[in-house]
Design a protein around this ligand. Structure first.
Ligand SMILES: CC(C)(COP(=O)(O)OP(=O)(O)OC[C@H]1O[C@@H](n2cnc3c(N)ncnc32)[C@H](O)[C@@H]1OP(=O)(O)O)[C@@H](O)C(=O)NCCC(=O)NCCS
Length: 235
């Protein structure tokens, strides 16, 4: 999956960057290294790759290439005027960034195509969602459990920076959109909150969700585009 393909996951102008193997050894900059001293080497390397990919995405946006420290809640702190999202899994790491004049929030997630452990099925999906997943996975050579899991993580990464609240997997219901062909390499999904009074529940109807697979990895992107009447705060 290359950066051009990753950009297709989003419904607004974004820049994506995939970490190359050498980026896992890139140095951390500024306060990025705070708190990482006691991390396991693999965790530190994936963190460095995510930061390096994020800086590449920032430079493609044409803005300043900044240090991206971690906030107290583990979220990356993007430069003013930028929103973005980082994801890594075994063998793949990428980042996506956009200008906040175009996008209110972004969520990006990547997973390997290894099946989900059984106990995660029960945690992540309601019986109704699971029925749809079983039907769709039977129609296509794609594991819709993994697509749905990645989609929900991408939704969380889009939702959290706006509402600063944890979401359980079963707080939202996923619907896969559109017909399934014999061997699709991608598709769309939408979300609804189970409890319509949940903080930020209105956001679910405004996001655009898309997924892609190359057979080795599954990626999901969630875009909350800025609407015309919705201007960013001036610095
Ligand atoms: C936060 C979470 C989604 C990360 O997903 P993951 O598959 O474990 O790991 P990924 O590599 O895809 O993503 C990790 C990156 O997400 C970013 N991130 C972490 N917490 C985040 C948050 N609350 N909001 C947005 N981005 C976040 C960070 O950049 C992190 O990488 P870094 O620490 O190297 O900077 C996951 O650990 C989690 O807590 N899930 C439970 C909540 C959830 O997904 N609910 C679904 C509701 S529908």
């Amino acid at each position: 999956m290359n950066s051009h393909e990753l950009c297709r996951l989003f419904s607004a102008p974004v820049q994506a960057a995939v970490a190359t193997p050498s980026m896992y050894d890139d140095p951390l900059t500024g306060s990025e290294s705070m708190g990482v001293a006691d991390w396991a080497p693999n965790r530190r390397r994936e963190f460095a790759a995510g930061r390096a990919a994020a800086r590449l995405a920032l430079s493609s946006l044409g803005g300043p290439v900044a240090s991206l420290p971690r906030g107290p809640d583990r979220t990356p702190v993007w430069p003013p005027g930028i929103v973005g999202s980082i994801s890594h899994c075994e063998g793949f790491c990428a980042a996506v960034a956009a200008r906040d004049v175009d996008v209110l929030s972004l969520g990006f997630d990547v997973e390997t195509t290894e099946p989900l452990p059984d106990d995660l099925h029960l945690l992540a999906f309601s019986p109704d969602e699971w029925s749809e997943i079983v039907v769709r996975s039977g129609q296509a050579r794609v594991d819709f459990a993994k697509v749905g899991f990645s989609a929900k993580e991408a939704f969380y990464k889009c939702y959290y920076p706006l509402e600063k609240r944890f979401l359980d997997f079963q707080d939202v219901v996923i619907r896969f959109v559109g017909p399934v062909g014999d061997d699709p390499s991608g598709g769309a999904f939408s979300f609804a909150f189970v409890d319509e009074a949940f903080p930020g529940a209105h956001l679910a109807g405004k996001v655009v969700g898309r997924w892609l697979t190359d057979g080795k990895f599954i990626c999901a992107g969630v875009t909350l585009a800025r609407s015309a009447g919705d201007r960013p705060a001036q610095p």
